[in-house]
Design a binder for this molecule. Sequence first.
Ligand code: F3S
Length: 398
Amino acid sequence: MYLTKEQERILEGEEGEALSKMLQLIVKIGEVNGAEKLISVNSAQIAGVSYLTVGDAIFSFFDMINKDNLKVKIPSWLNPAGMDMSRYKEMGIDSLFSKKQIQIIEEYKKLGIKDTLTCTPYLVGHEPKFGEHIAWSESSAVSMANSYFGARTNREGGPSSLASALTGLTAEYGLHLPENRKPELLIEVDAELESFADFSVLGFWFGENQGGKIPFFKGIKQLSIEKAKSLSAAMAASGSVAMYHVEYFTPGYKKIKKEDLTETIHFTEEEKKAIYERFKEQNNIDLIAIGCPHASKKEIKMIYNFVKSKQKKSDVDIMIFTSRRVLTDIETISIVKELTKKGIKVYADTCMVVSPVTRQSYRNIITNSSKAVFYLSKDKETNVFLDTLENILRRIVG
Ligand code: F3S
C-alpha cells in the first residue's frame, strides 16, 4: 500500500506508540481489503459505547491510547450507551454498571469525542454531505450515510472508527470507491409500504434473502428520513447491507443503468405479510419499545398525537428511545412532559438493544423495528414481536 512520508513517520512511532497502533490497524484492514492508499475522512461515528457490549476489555484499550494523550483529529461522535445518562436509576440500572458506563463516556470525552450517544447523528445536525468520505460504525447510520445522503463509508468496527477519529484517515476500499457502490440487483416493490414498520419489513426481508448485496428498489412511492432509517437499520441487521438505491429518492439514482441489473426480484404483499405473521404477537406484552433507530421529533409528535386524547388502558410499560438532542429540543420538551403524565417513558442516550434493562426486566416485547426484533430475539428467554406503530398503540390506549 502506498503511504506518504508523514504516514510512514506515524507508523514508525514518531508520534507515539498509540497513534502508531491506530494507524497500523487502519493499514492492516486496508491491506486485507486490497486498498492502494489511505484517504482523509471528515467525521467518525464510534460504536462500542455500551458497557453491556464492550465490557471491561475497553479499559485496557483506553489505557494504551491515554499513554500518548491522543486527541481526535476530526469531528467524532458516540453511538448509544447502555443507559440514559441522567435517569439511569429510574431505568433500574445497577450501580456497578452505571459507574463503568460513566467511566467509558468520560474516557471517550477525554479524547475529544462528543457524547451525542445516538445512532442517528444525521438527525442532530451531523448530516454527512454527498460524496464526502467518513468513517462511521453504527450499521444503520452507515447505510443512511451511503444511501440517503450519498456520503462514503464502509461499516467500520468500533476500534477502526476510533482509529480514524484519532488519525483522520481510513483505507480506500469498499464503499469509498465508486465502482463498488453500484446496485447488483433490482427489487420491484409491489407491496404497499406505508408505516415505518413496513419499510423495516422490506429491509429485513431483503437482508435475510440477499445479504451483503446492493439493491436498487423500484416502486417505493415515498421515502421520508424516518422511513429510510427504518429500511436502513433492518437491512443492515438481517443482512449486513451497507448501501441501497431507491428510484426517485436516493442521490444518483438517475445514473443507474437498468440494463446492468441482470436479476429482478419482487417484494409482494405475500412477502410483507409473511414477515408480520412470523413475528406476530402471541403472548401478553409487558413492554412496548419504540425508537430503533432513535426516534425523531416527528415520530415522538406522531405518538403524542395518537395518544393525547386517550388513556393508557393496560399496565404494559412503554418506552421511547431517542437522542439527548431531540429529547431536549424546545418543541419536544413539552410533548415529553405530556407523554410522561400518561405513563410513557422517553429515554435518551440508550436503546432497547444496548441497555441491559430491556432483557433483564421484560419477557414479551413488541416493537415496530425489525432491527430490534433481530437483536432482542437472540436472547432465547425473550419473546419479541413486530407490528406497526399504530397497531401497537391502538392496543394499549382507549
Ligand atoms: Fe440504534 Fe439501538 Fe437500534 S443503537 S439502530 S436504537 S439497536
